[in-house]
Design a binder for this molecule. Structure first.
Ligand code: FES
Length: 157
């Protein structure tokens, strides 16, 4: 008579058996956990290793605020993009220009209409000097110099 492995006679050490279904379920759980863990590690390392330096590229351009393409900057609270630069007119009427690429993961930053530049992707906020007000970004974006001459606004730095 064949011995049923699940019903061992008394006195014999009990063998631990794993049926096929248990084995597959546990294997899938372990594999899923490993994939999840590696994804988390990659996500963490990605955000820290892909963080570019605070400084952006050098720019030097002039826009004419009397043209329809740029006239929105005659109104406080407005902003536009030129050559990877966000040019804003803050609530005090000052022109502010920053490199528009968020240092966290590269999304394009926006302007809140007053004096801050939020990133729509993960919530970072930069001030008018390009400094981080709120993370996850850990380094600032480059600030450019704005010089108004008549209706011509030169952005450089
Ligand atoms: S890209 Fe993540 S906060 Fe800007």
């Amino acid at each position: 008579m064949e011995e049923n492995p699940k019903t061992q006679p008394e006195g014999k050490p009990q063998k631990k058996t794993v049926d096929r279904r248990d084995f597959i379920q546990k294997s899938l759980l372990i594999a899923g956990g490993a994939i999840g863990a590696s994804w988390l590690l990659e996500a963490c390392s990605k955000s820290s290793s892909s963080t570019p330096a605070a400084s952006g590229p050098s720019v030097n351009f002039t826009i004419d605020l009397s043209t329809s393409q740029y006239s929105s900057l005659n109104t406080k609270g407005n902003y536009l993009y030129v050559s990877n630069t966000i040019v804003a007119r803050d609530s005090s009427g000052n022109f502010v220009a920053l490199y528009d690429v968020c240092t966290h993961a590269g999304c394009t930053i926006s302007f809140n209409g007053t004096n801050q530049f939020p990133c729509p992707c993960h919530g970072s906020i930069f001030d008018e000097n390009g400094n981080v007000v709120q993370g996850p970004a850990t380094s600032g974006v480059k600030k450019y110099t704005c010089t108004l001459n008549g209706t011509k606004l030169t952005v450089s730095g």
